[in-house]
Design a protein around this ligand. Structure first.
Ligand code: ADP
Length: 479
């Protein structure tokens, strides 16, 4: 099959979170299964200024946005074994400091930027017909709406079947009604059954309504988004499409995320050479200026700093955790409130806490390798990747039983003879603290701890199985 992935992020070119990892690795996995895959993404400043080999494509695009035509060019690169990546270049929209906005907030023209990108991607597919057009998240949902409602404009691609993947229902692309003209769609589509959402325009809802099939990134999350607690107001729409919705767990790119081959760490280890992990722990402590204390565990977090990731709970119990014999390291950026909290925490616990407010790929790998425990107390978590990375590094996850975390981490029993991590359920500070205390108890039981790490490292979430599930889904559509 010919499969076109349309997304606003793709690793290694542009990444703010798991979406980029998924697009990069799923595309390569699909190609390995024998399909012809291409990826279409924006050519942001970070792409154009990168060291990747980029080639100008002869394709020129003229894209209708409102009553204007916006011109774009296409630069090309590849990932994996030659999967083409088409990067749509329109500097007025994408030559900016970040992907979606700055500390001051989202870019005010995000509606226009992603209307443009969605239409440009379809324009490009005129030159490159596909059997399956697979769009991801609100930024590209409109490509499906345009294709389904304006078939005459896209004759070369109208036969294509569409799949829409929700990576996070918390981000829907909701814009004011006065942006409607940008879309060049029939006004009749602005109704609560279709694109309207309480008087506003909801891009993601368009994907939900018009896609042939909908997927999300874990089986549990597929259930959760049908409930008011996690549906963000779209639970009714999701329920209406339940027959076409499937949860497919994300995979891990073990060529990047394995402790024995990790390109970002120097001391490599496996299940039977766990003492080498102690070297990684020492390096990590050096990076953060923390003293070496043999029996003290390092608890780590790598995350966008937002309430979704459970930082309210972390804040609430932080001083209590620090009463235990632990060290804590955090890599992340995001909400000022949490950046300030951790900035202050470092000052209070200078020799016990290390914080890096940044997005740093290399450091993320070094933390996975060097830490003992990995904390993900998310309020909600569509899939989550870091807990899967952590398992492979023998860095035991402490997670809340929600979404993909629930689907990938098995609770340790009281003697820690089974299970791969520490799981708590109610979103409460005390239950999180209890889970941390359970983990610390097992940490100090060397035999149980080693066995637990080995079980964790043996878990396998490679992409191949998940990619085959996508192929099954595509086949249902194409046949
Ligand atoms: P989300 O997409 O909700 O942010 P995921 O767990 O699905 O969460 O994916 C997050 C990805 O982004 C992981 O690959 C993680 O390692 C990476 N990441 C998050 N924050 C940082 C950071 N500050 N520096 C480096 N990598 C980060």
């Amino acid at each position: 099959m010919k499969i076109a992935m349309i997304a606003s992020e793709v690793s290694p070119f542009a990444k703010t979170g798991g979406l980029a990892d998924v697009i990069g690795t799923l595309s390569v996995a699909l190609e390995r299964l024998g399909h012809e895959v291409c990826v279409i993404a924006p050519a942001y400043r970070c792409v154009l200024q990168s060291e990747f080999t980029l080639r100008e494509s002869p394709i020129k695009l003229s894209v209708p946005v409102s009553n204007r035509q916006q011109e774009a060019t296409v630069v090309q690169s590849t990932i994996g074994n030659g999967v083409p990546v088409y990067l749509i270049r329109a500097d007025r929209y994408f030559d900016r400091e970040s992907l979606y906005g700055t500390a001051a907030g989202d870019y005010s023209d995000n509606a226009e930027r992603f209307v443009f990108f969605s239409r440009a991607a379809l324009g490009l597919l005129r030159h490159q017909p596909a059997d399956i057009i697979h769009c991801h998240d609100w930024q590209t949902a409109l490509a499906i709406v345009f294709l389904k409602t304006q078939a005459a404009r896209y004759l070369e691609t109208t036969a294509a079947k569409t799949v829409f993947t929700i990576h996070n229902l918390g981000f829907q692309g909701i814009f004011r009604r006065h942006d409607w003209d940008l879309l060049n769609l029939d006004g009749a589509l602005f109704t609560p059954q279709l694109l309207e959402f309480y008087g506003d325009i909801n891009f993601l809802k368009g994907g939900l309504v018009f896609a042939d099939k909908i997927t999300t990134v874990s089986p549990s999350y597929a259930q959760e988004i049908m409930t008011p607690a996690q549906g963000f107001g779209l639970e009714g729409v999701v329920r209406q499409r339940a027959a076409d919705l499937v949860g497919i767990l994300n995979g891990v790119d073990y060529s990047q995320w394995s402790p024995w081959t990790d390109p970002f760490i120097t001391c490599h280890y496996g299940e039977n050479s766990l003492t080498v992990k102690d070297d990684c722990k020492r390096s990590l402590r050096r990076i953060f200026g923390l003293p070496d204390k043999e029996d003290t565990p390092v608890i780590a977090m790598i995350s966008r700093l937002t309430a979704q990731k459970g930082f309210d709970l972390v804040e609430a119990i932080f001083d209590l955790v620090m009463q235990r014999d632990v060290q804590f390291v955090l890599l992340g950026n995001g909400d000022t409130r949490f950046e300030e909290f951790f900035g202050a925490a470092v000052k209070r616990y200078a020799d016990r806490v290390g914080v890096r407010i940044a997005f740093d790929e290399r450091l993320a790998h070094q933390i996975e390798a060097g830490a003992d425990l990995f904390l993900m107390p998310s309020l909600y978590e569509p899939c989550g990747l870091n807990q899967m990375f952590s398992l492979k590094y023998g860095t035991i996850p402490i997670v809340r039983a929600v979404g993909g975390l629930k689907d990938t981490v098995q609770q340790c029993d009281t003697d820690a003879e089974t299970g791969t991590g520490f799981v708590f359920e109610p979103y409460e500070a005390q239950t999180l603290l209890d889970a941390i205390d359970r983990s610390l108890q097992v940490f100090h039981n060397q035999t149980a701890w080693t066995a637990l790490r080995r079980r964790a490292m043996a878990m396998d979430f490679s992409w191949e199985r998940s990619a085959k599930r996508y192929v099954d889904l595509y086949r249902q559509l194409v046949n």
